[in-house]
Write a protein that binds this ligand. Sequence first.
Ligand SMILES: Cc1cc2nc3c(=O)[nH]c(=O)nc-3n(C[C@H](O)[C@H](O)[C@H](O)COP(=O)(O)OP(=O)(O)OC[C@H]3O[C@@H](n4cnc5c(N)ncnc54)[C@H](O)[C@@H]3O)c2cc1C
Length: 507
Amino acid sequence: MTSTTSSTDVIVIGSGIGGLTAAALLQERGISTLVLEKNRYPGGSCSSFERDGYRFDAGASVFYGFGANGSSGTLNLHTRIFRKLGVEVRTIPDPVQIHYHLPNGFTIAAGYDRKAFLEALCSKFPHEAYGIKNFYSELDEVYDILSSLPAGSLEDVTHLLSVGGRYPLKTVSLALKTFLSMGKRARRYLRDEELLHFIDIEAYSWAVQNAMATPLVNAGICLADRHFGGINYPVGGSGAIPAALCKGFEKFGGMLRYQAEVTEILLENGEARGVRLADGSEHFAKIVISNATIWDTFNRLVPDVRHRVENDRFLQAPSWFQLFLGVDASVIPAGFDVHHILVDDWKSYDTLGGTIYFSSPTILDPSLAPKGKHIVHAFVTDKVESWQHCKRGSGDYRAAKDEMAAAIIARTERILPGLSKAIEVKVLATPLTHQRYLNRHEGSYGPLLKAGQNVLQKPQNKTPIKNLFLTGDSTFPGQGVIAVTYSGVSCASYIARKFGKPLDELV
Ligand SMILES: Cc1cc2nc3c(=O)[nH]c(=O)nc-3n(C[C@H](O)[C@H](O)[C@H](O)COP(=O)(O)OP(=O)(O)OC[C@H]3O[C@@H](n4cnc5c(N)ncnc54)[C@H](O)[C@@H]3O)c2cc1C
């Protein structure tokens, strides 16, 4: 039986970081907002889950945006948002963004100390020292521009005029830089093939694309801010971020419902009017924001087939195979860095499973594991097709997962000898897990730009359907917790102005 259960100003489908950020900022302006989440917990790919006394990060564990300095601008977004909401997330400085273990024994740690990082890179490639300094200085210039411009919606003409009027040179310079790719700029300064491979893995580490396909603007955040705002880990794990957003949202009167899966976005005369849930109930609002991926939003939730997103519109990023391990602490040596990337062969680093991502957050926050134990979270790219023949929960499925995990563990022993013998708890997730828990199309990391596309060709928050907006990693600027936070801010800022209650600048 269908029942009309509520009416609010805004409905947000999904409580990922993009959805929660938009919801909390709108609710803080007095715009009544209802968040509907299919799971029993918030955060999506930035949630935590518990097993046998361990608290694992479901996905993200390298966090930007918690820097403390700077009184205006785009960066330190988490600090600014939590300050605005009046909630606290305690963090621990995470000194090394990534420790790379690359082919031919090349290892380097990209740490907070920019000078030490550049010196280490220059000593490995002394013939490229001049180009290395110039390339990373160009990333700093991008960072410098971004960090001085206030966050807002690129679709909001009032915001653009205000920023352009106040910072005309920086705005024009940034607009021109949106046409540049990280790889093309690197090739302007650098020639050494191995060094260019390193630039590729610097891009791949967060963009899951090589440097040629990665916009310079995005690189200007990830590869420069690690040396300024730095990387900081939330005490209690990744789930502390959505928990704080929920706290801020609810403090201002926001309503959040779990186990509330949206099955349809209701349209009337071509405009979004509300949503229908799996239990048949209908909820109405002036604005609907979808935090689901662009494919799930338009190919599953919007019933009008004219809005279908065809497969070739974007590149589809792969999904992931993940190992969540509880290990005896003795396997992690003293001074071991938290985040690592392992590449065995440059020929296969960007093929499925070619690069191993690895984090051990208990090095920073031991409270995530029982005493004397550590967490090891390792993951590689994977695709749903490789698992579709297995029935979830079957013996075949378990055996295939165990076999794949054993191969990854064996490769990881290169940096952690004895890892296989130290494992006490093992939880494995495949692309099917991603698809099921996060409602993400084929478990994908999200849509990627094709090489040569301008970063502004990423979908923005507005959609072709009136009153339907998108937030999250399908939208500009893309994947990553800080990026989807930006998307949530820009979405809220556009909608708040529509309601005549513009967001204050985040200071
Ligand atoms: C393995 C892995 C490692 C990562 N590592 C990092 C990292 O170290 N640092 C970093 O910054 N980023 C990292 N990321 C990326 C980052 O986690 C994501 O880009 C970001 O969290 C995505 O946020 P989102 O708001 O777009 O959506 P999601 O996290 O996908 O959340 C969407 C939410 O909407 C809900 N939902 C979907 N459809 C419906 C529906 N129909 N009805 C109700 N609810 C619905 C889902 O259940 C989910 O809770 C990683 C991601 C993965 C998978």
